[in-house]
Design a protein around this ligand. Structure first.
Ligand SMILES: NC(=O)c1ccc[n+]([C@@H]2O[C@H](COP(=O)([O-])OP(=O)(O)OC[C@H]3O[C@@H](n4cnc5c(N)ncnc54)[C@H](OP(=O)(O)O)[C@@H]3O)[C@@H](O)[C@H]2O)c1
Length: 336
């Protein structure tokens, strides 16, 4: 049998367990040119909240009753496909289910190279790492000596973006929600400074950490954090609009950042991007990141929760900010 989580309700406010329905269905039989993947890990991303609501138009709509969308990693366990023989480790848009039947006309699976773990395939070498790479290199374009600030800095994307900028010679300052995360940023992954935005005087602390102003701001948070950063940009600053998690569960009307006008005074630029637009360059980005990992300049971490039934809570935990690095649910252990 195949356990699946279906989208049961469009979320209102914070995502709830009751937005999903757990069902069991017979596992699909394979057909010519198809293969059956046993899903071993599922990556959790804030964007899932928008997919549940059909807020985004860069990806196909998700209807009530559909298997919840999600990118996972797993192993081919039955196959009539010459491209994906039994034992091949793959990533793909498997959805929240234990088994995924891949047909030849589905979006292609990505083969996980030998030596790459499943959490690396979903994290640093997956859409997360790619988001950090292209947000930094194509939008932020930091130069050595720049002050680079990133929000949700201890999260999956933010932690990689900050380290990439550090490797380019920037002074890197992270913004996050706990002292424990701040300590991890400075003591374990080489950020120059980290600011806890739950302290009332955090804007002053940020200003002190960025004397001369912010040259590149990589925004994952939006809301008040973006507004404070906009107040502290330097001349010619670049603001990378990667995400705005502070608004994803909000039911209040959204207003723009009050300090946007500083973009004019500082002759600055604010630009959004969607990582999927860079898919043709993913392999070259991965090749550039491998030496940084090998040299220890780029470290990556995952927060791993066990068990298929943990999926809804793991998604909620991202919005509670309990993850450090990539939030992953391990659905079944990889075969030995
Ligand atoms: N543009 C693209 O193509 C693209 C692709 C992938 C992801 N993204 C965006 O990148 C951002 C990071 O994604 P990720 O997968 O790496 O997630 P993540 O940073 O690992 O996890 C989310 C983090 O957001 C922070 N957070 C949660 N609720 C918040 C709130 N109400 N206000 C402020 N901060 C809050 C928490 O960190 P703290 O403890 O630091 O607050 C939490 O750990 C998201 O905004 C996502 O939508 C964009």
């Amino acid at each position: 049998m195949n356990r699946q989580f279906l989208l049961a309700a469009r979320p209102h406010g914070m995502v709830k367990r009751s937005d999903f329905k757990l069902v069991k269905k017979p596992t699909s039989a394979i057909e010519d040119d198809s293969c059956l993947v046993k899903v071993q890990c599922m990556g959790l991303e804030p964007a899932m909240r928008g997919w549940m609501e059909n807020r985004a138009d860069y990806i196909a709509p998700l209807e009530l009753g559909d298997v919840m969308r999600g990118f996972g990693a797993g192993e081919v366990i039955e196959s009539k496909s010459t491209n994906f023989p039994v034992g091949t480790r793959v990533t793909g848009s498997f959805g929240w289910q234990e088994y995924f039947l891949h047909r030849s006309d589905d979006a292609p699976l990505q083969i996980i190279p030998d030596g790459v773990s499943l959490d690396e395939a979903l994290g640093v070498f997956g859409l997360t790492g790619m988001t950090a790479w292209f947000g930094v290199n194509e939008i932020g374009k930091p130069k050595s000596g720049d002050v680079f600030v990133v929000s949700s800095a201890a999260g999956a994307t933010g932690s990689i973006a900050g380290q990439l900028a550090r490797a380019m010679g920037c002074r890197v300052v992270g913004i996050t929600s706990t002292d424990e995360k701040c300590q991890w940023l400075t003591d374990s992954i080489g950020f120059n400074a980290a600011i806890n935005y739950t302290h009332q005087d955090w804007p002053q602390r940020l200003k002190k950490a960025c004397s001369g102003g912010i040259d590149v701001y990589f925004d994952n948070a939006g809301g008040d954090v973006l507004n404070v950063a906009l107040d502290q940009i330097s001349d010619g600053a670049r603001i990378v609009l990667c995400g705005g998690i502070s608004r994803y569960n909000s039911t209040a009307a959204q207003t723009g950042p009050e300090n946007y006008f500083n973009l004019i005074f500082r002759r600055a630029k604010m630009e959004g991007f969607i990582v999927l637009d860079y898919a043709s360059k993913f392999n070259s980005a991965i090749s550039s990141m491998k030496p940084l990992i090998a040299s220890g300049q780029l470290k990556h971490k995952a927060t791993i929760t066990d068990g298929f039934e943990a999926l809804p809570d793991a998604l909620i935990s991202i919005f509670e900010g309990t993850n450090i690095g990539k939030q992953i649910v391990c659905i079944s252990p990889p075969s030995a």
